[in-house]
Design a protein around this ligand. Structure first.
Ligand code: ADP
Length: 268
């Protein structure tokens, strides 16, 4: 059997994903053209799960990098390492994906340091190259390589944002929280709870999302609802589970915390 350097990034099982609209076909079209894809949407609404599902559907390995404000170009591209045999070059995750032909998903790309755009630009236009200046190599991306990035426009202004010269290289797919019925089905499936509890949790989320007009940065995500649902399976009452999984993490502001607790009390 031949060596598969991306074996660790292959998905064995289909990741459960409930489509919101035409995003499966839209992604497949972008993938056919190997166009870089930008996923926009609030945190915890299913972007990562969508990419995992698409990688499985397309039968492609998936290299995921969670970006943070200390992530530099060399974290993505690679670096020289010193070991007992001397120095050796180690490809970073982006280089591995480009070299061997994987989907590379940069989650919350705006968080990464500005120097990362220098390496993304030649990879995301017709050149599809990655200059590895430190080891004197000009890597031509594998034909199967595709870049996918996500970002949350809700944080725009508070944090950094994507420059037009970067974002104009991508095709965009917009995500938001699923409709109530579908979100309840997702919460029931992922949190392993019955449909009626899932619907009540979604009702709490809808109330919290309305508080955005009152200063809340972001309402409860689908992820938070799944956490609350899962806690109830471990013996917490739905109310306590919501306070723990939703109210407490969402805000430190006492007035907003009171409003969030009222949203929970309205459902339970
Ligand atoms: P994001 O990447 O947008 O921050 P995730 O993809 O990690 O969010 O979603 C958080 C969780 O919510 C997932 O782990 C999954 O359990 C669930 N989820 C959200 N949307 C969907 C969906 N459309 N289909 C299936 N699961 C979903």
């Amino acid at each position: 059997m031949s060596f598969d350097p991306l074996q660790a990034w292959r998905l064995d099982e289909e990741p459960y994903y409930a489509p919101q609209a035409e995003e499966l076909a839209a992604f497949e079209a972008a993938h056919a053209l190997r166009l870089p894809v930008l996923l926009k949407g609030p945190t915890g609404c299913g972007k990562t799960r969508f990419v995992e599902h698409m990688a499985w559907r397309l039968n492609k390995p998936l290299v995921t990098v969670a970006c943070h404000d200390d992530l530099s170009a060399s974290d993505l591209v690679g670096r020289w390492l010193l070991d007992a045999q001397g120095t050796r070059w180690q490809d970073g995750p982006l280089t591995q994906a480009a070299r061997y032909g994987a989907l590379c998903y940069l989650d919350e790309v705006v968080e990464a340091r500005a120097d990362t755009t220098v390496v993304l630009h030649p990879l995301t236009d017709a050149r599809r190259i990655l200059p590895l200046t430190s080891c004197n190599e000009l890597l031509h991306a594998h034909p199967d390589f595709q870049l996918v990035v996500s970002y949350n426009p809700g944080y725009q202004g508070m944090h950094k944002t994507l420059k037009p010269s970067t974002r104009q290289r991508f095709v965009g797919l917009e995500f938001s929280y699923p409709g109530a019925g579908q979100e309840a089905a997702i919460v029931a499936h992922e949190g392993l709870v019955d449909a009626s509890l899932a619907r009540q949790l979604v009702a709490v989320a809808e109330q919290t999302r309305r508080l955005k007009e009152h200063g809340l940065t972001e309402g409860a995500s689908t992820r938070m609802l799944i956490h609350a649902a899962s806690l109830t399976r471990h013996g917490l009452s739905p109310r306590v589970a919501c306070l723990q999984a939703i109210t407490c993490p969402l805000s430190d502001d006492p007035d907003l915390a009171t409003a969030l607790a009222a949203a929970v009390d309205a459902s339970f």
